[in-house]
Design a protein around this ligand. Structure first.
Ligand code: 13P
Length: 234
């Protein structure tokens, strides 16, 4: 069983989500399918597809205009929240400390955080990929986290770029993450790969050791693109 998660980013509509869920309900798969959609689309019900948000506030409640708390996300029936996505880290200056605070809020409200880590092109070129992954994992996970978290390795230079690392690079990153998680007492935590996943590369990527699923951006927006990813693996 693999985890196939879609990240709609700031795209879509409620009717597009309803139509996607309708299409996904007839897909024959044992894989776990999650759609992380804009806050306004949460609340759409499905027995087959779990929903998640793309962020939660680092605060519990109160005077934080425009923020949405983990409790509010849970109140919609959503079970997951992406935290620390590359675009949040880049455009909203989210640090590992902020991401950890958000993951803590998610866990406190029964939401499984999908914690994203990954290196920028500058960091990759400076030979810092493993260092950035290690600090991202160790510093973004709440210290008292149980195993109810998901990690997503998203090489930031490859997102939306049509670029993917080599299989050997993905394996090296995922093996490092699995070893760090084991060292943190979190062995068995699923680790997803994300960045430019599509129907034509999904099965190959998910055959790499320690890749427990994928986090899909652009190719999760249309069922014709997303369903082949879901059915590419048993
Ligand atoms: P793309 O699949 O569009 O590269 O996006 C990946 C991503 O950011 C998923 O969170």
């Amino acid at each position: 069983m693999k985890i196939i998660a879609g990240n709609w980013k700031m795209n879509g509509s409620r009717s597009a989500l309803e139509s996607m869920i309708h299409d996904l309900e007839s897909v024959d798969t044992e894989n776990k399918v999650i759609l992380c959609v804009p806050f306004t689309m949460l609340g759409v019900k499905s027995d087959r597809v779990a929903t998640g948000s793309q962020d939660v506030s680092a605060h519990t409640h109160g005077a934080f205009t425009g923020e949405v708390s983990a409790a509010m996300v849970a109140d919609t029936g959503a079970k997951y929240a992406i935290v620390g996505h590359s675009e949040r880290r880049a455009y909203h200056n989210e640090t590992n400390d902020i991401v950890r605070a958000k993951a803590t809020q998610a866990l406190a409200n029964g939401i499984t955080p999908i914690i994203c880590v990954g290196e920028t092109m500058d960091e990759k070129q400076a030979g810092k990929t493993m260092e950035i992954i290690e600090s991202g994992v160790r510093e973004s996970i709440p210290t008292d986290a149980s195993s109810d978290i998901i990690i997503a390795y998203e090489p930031r230079w490859a997102i939306g770029a049509g670029l993917t690392p080599t299989d050997a690079e993905i394996e090296e990153a995922h093996t490092l993450i699995a070893n760090i998680l084991a060292d943190m007492g979190l062995a068995g935590t699923p680790v997803l790969y994300g960045a430019s996943v599509k129907g034509s590369n999904a099965a190959q990527i998910m055959s790499i050791p320690n890749v427990d699923g994928v986090l899909v951006g652009g190719a999760s927006l249309k069922s014709d693109d997303f369903i082949p990813i879901i059915t590419s693996v048993k």
